[in-house]
Design a binder for this molecule. Structure first.
Ligand code: CO8
Length: 258
């Protein structure tokens, strides 16, 4: 793995860990964090021995947003030419499932980074929100688009227009968070969930994530067509033969990720 300035990166079994590490700025997402997170995620994604990725921050903050101090004096043209948006898109596009393990603040770009992941697990201390309106801007890394798909138009509109922060239990009720756990258990729970996914056959995991992604972007008819094709294509993998043989023989499957 490359050396990174703003994140800690670790491999535990088949799980790749990315820990945001700018405690002095509550893990605010500056351009270096973006470069580091994108590069680490893409390196894990290119590695067949990694079956799931966990992204986390500190106890106090998953990430308190894009770095306001870095952005404050930029012009619109500089924001466009910096292409921050495109690079974060590469993170959202990795094929490997990504779990966000969120403790403390997940605000602005922090909430948006969590929403680029496939599963959001929250500590009971987690707080989510899109407070950009308080800075006279709007969410710029997917907040207006992904939050609506997660919690519906009306709740998303309230959060984006007022900047209100919601606590973990509200985020779970709203469907943004899949599970809330005590803060002290968060990393263990994230690892257990990641290990469960990483033990599955990788081609089927890639296929499942691609089909879930398609549901976010296409009509029902298109999505169903895509799902049917991907489902059929998995019958050419050795793991499908192994998985179904293991079922018939009443034993655990031994997947080779092929
Ligand atoms: N950017 C830069 N620095 C930050 C950020 C941030 N988003 N958040 C916190 N910090 C810094 C503080 O400035 C402070 O540094 P210093 O000690 O040098 O003054 C340090 O982190 C600790 O923060 P606080 O002292 O403020 O800690 P508190 O516990 O008092 O407050 C809060 C915590 C409530 C989280 C508070 O820090 C806060 O409101 N932060 C900003 C939250 C916010 O508005 N986030 C949205 C940012 S805009 C955004 O995310 C747009 C996304 C789209 C961008 C797309 C292009 C890339």
């Amino acid at each position: 793995m490359t050396d990174f300035e703003t994140i800690l990166v670790e491999t535990r079994g088949r799980v790749g860990w990315i820990t945001l590490n700018r405690p002095e700025a509550l893990n605010a997402l500056n351009s270096q964090v973006m470069r580091d997170v994108v590069a680490a995620a893409e390196e894990f994604d290119a590695d067949d021995s990694i079956g799931a990725i966990v992204v986390t921050g500190s106890e106090r903050a998953f990430a308190a947003g894009a770095d306001i101090k870095e952005m404050a004096d930029k012009t619109g043209l500089e924001m466009v030419m910096g292409d921050h948006f495109g690079a974060w898109g590469r993170f959202a596009a990795v094929r490997t499932p990504v779990i966000a393990a969120v403790s403390g603040y997940a605000l602005g770009g922090g909430c948006e980074l969590a929403m680029m992941c496939d599963i959001i697990l929250a500590a009971d201390t987690a707080q989510f929100g899109q407070p950009e309106i308080n800075l006279a801007v709007i969410p710029g890394m997917g907040g207006t688009q992904r939050l609506i798909r997660a919690v519906g138009y009306y709740k998303a509109a309230e959060l984006v227009l007022t900047g209100r922060i919601m606590k973990a239990d509200e985020a779970e009720r709203a469907g943004l968070v899949s599970r809330v756990v005590p803060a002290s258990d968060l990393l263990d729970e994230a690892h257990k969930t990641a290990e469960i996914i990483a033990a599955k056959s990788l081609p089927s995991v890639y296929a499942a994530k691609a089909a879930l992604d398609a549901a976010m972007e296409t009509s029902l008819a298109e999505g169903l067509r895509f799902e049917r094709h991907v489902f059929a294509s998995l019958f050419d993998t050795a793991d499908q033969k192994e998985g179904m043989a293991a079922f018939r023989e009443k034993r655990s499957p031994d997947f080779t990720h092929r």
